[in-house]
Design a protein around this ligand. Structure first.
Ligand code: HEM
Length: 384
């Protein structure tokens, strides 16, 4: 089976990172220098006064002005306001560490694996990863599972796939409905918390609330889906790795980090340069955009030995899959909970995963082609 992780994970930035440290790629007709080295990415991520996130719709690449009308919070703001926006929702994101939420996600994963074991085969992306992402998000946000049923129906990317731009406005319409319901009868869920929150002594505006909703539904969706399918595909191709984890489940925490490094589900994000500068010899004008390429940084051989190899016991593993600095991913505890629970349940219940059919998923750009996870992954789970 041609599996991205069967041999080695190819690194499209290997030459540019070694030679220049920067690769200029055109996105939507604009040249964007991408920082590729681990230390350079970390330095720029810390230096928000020069490399700013105060750029509504333009931190994601490609930009999203055609698919949403609100600034994502706290992503598209700089400190110190960003820290205040972040503090306001952090308790909800940290629910992923609470025993009752851990137990809910464990039950969820156990059920999905149980169902998969009862079937001749499953298509992992649509029949496992999307339901797991949606249902576990409902646990995190303290929403009923009936609502997750709606999110499952959204498919792979809430903004871009299927109906394209119309889908983005449908999401905002849906979020407005959730916030109306929450405002009328507040409960204990994330959306109610937004309607009750106070920012700098005043309630949040509806636009600000929608900015938070946008990122919880968009930012954490394909990243989690690709992590889940990427891991299952890897374990199908390399059964010895499942055995390795089963032998000593304490290896699961480190293995999860290695999967996040190798998969790097969020390739890169943009920053707007406040002042003209030069990056490794490439001039950048004030107001122009650069990117922090987390995926390239995660394969920097100065930091990771044999970076293209999946080493489940890699230590240390200072990957930047969740970013670095003030905007470090708020959803990371949740992503870790989902992935660790998945690995633990596979070790407990699944003897092996037999691959049946695979279609790889790529990010195709003018200057590089990067393998993400799968468009389609059909497997058979064999129980223990
Ligand atoms: C494997 C899964 C994930 C990956 C690889 C990932 C990656 C990232 C990265 C690289 C950033 C840094 C952004 C920057 O520096 O501009 C980030 C920020 C963020 N992520 Fe995630 N993410 C994941 C899952 C999630 C989930 C599940 C959620 C929500 C439910 C989420 C919500 C956020 C938020 C709110 C921020 C903005 C934090 C801030 O600006 O202070 N992420 N994520």
């Amino acid at each position: 089976m041609p599996c991205p992780f069967h041999q080695k994970q190819p690194d499209p930035f290997v030459d540019a990172r070694r030679v220049d440290g920067v690769l200029v790629n055109e996105f939507q007709g604009n040249p964007v220098p991408m920082l590729l080295r681990h230390e350079a990415v970390r330095q720029a991520a810390r230096n928000w006064e020069q490399f700013s996130s105060d750029a509504p719709f333009k931190v994601p690449i490609p930009t999203e002005e055609n698919v949403r009308t609100v600034r994502q919070l706290p992503l598209e703001v700089d400190p110190p306001a960003q820290q205040e926006y972040r503090t306001l929702v952090e308790p909800f994101f940290n629910r992923a560490k609470r025993p009752e939420v851990v137990a809910q996600v464990e039950a969820l994963v156990a059920n999905l694996i149980h169902d998969a074991l009862g079937r001749a085969e499953i298509e992992v992306v649509r029949e496992f990863a999307i339901p797991l992402q949606s249902r576990s998000l409902a646990c995190l946000l303290n929403m009923p599972q009936s609502e997750a049923g709606i999110w499952i129906g959204w498919g792979l990317h809430v903004f871009r796939e299927g109906e394209g731009e119309r889908k983005g406005s449908a999401l905002e319409h849906y979020n407005n409905g959730l916030l109306d319901r929450a405002a009328a009868a507040p409960g204990e869920d994330f959306f109610s918390a937004l309607t009750l929150a106070r920012f700098q002594g005043r309630p949040l505006t509806r636009e600000e609330m929608l900015g938070y909703c946008s990122i919880v539904f968009a930012g954490g969706r394909d990243t989690i889906i690709n992590s889940i399918s990427g891991i299952i595909g890897h374990l199908a191709a390399r059964p010895a790795d499942l055995e390795f984890l089963r032998e000593d489940p304490r290896r699961i925490t480190g293995a999860s980090e290695e999967f996040f490094r190798v998969l790097s589900p969020s390739t890169h994000l943009a920053r707007k340069c406040r002042h003209a500068t030069t990056l490794h010899g490439v001039p950048v004008a004030a107001g122009d955009f650069i990117s922090l390429n987390f995926a390239a940084a995660n394969y920097d051989p100065d930091v990771f030995e044999s970076p293209e190899e999946v080493r489940l016991d890699r230590r240390p593993n200072p990957h930047v899959a969740f970013g670095f600095g003030p905007h470090l991913c708020l959803g990371a505890p949740h992503a870790r909970l989902v992935v660790r629970t998945l690995l633990k349940t596979l070790c407990d219940r699944v003897e092996r995963i037999e691959p049946i059919e695979v279609v790889d998923k790529y990010e195709n750009e003018t200057g590089y082609r990067r393998r993400l996870a799968y468009e389609l992954l059909r497997v058979r789970l064999i129980g223990r």
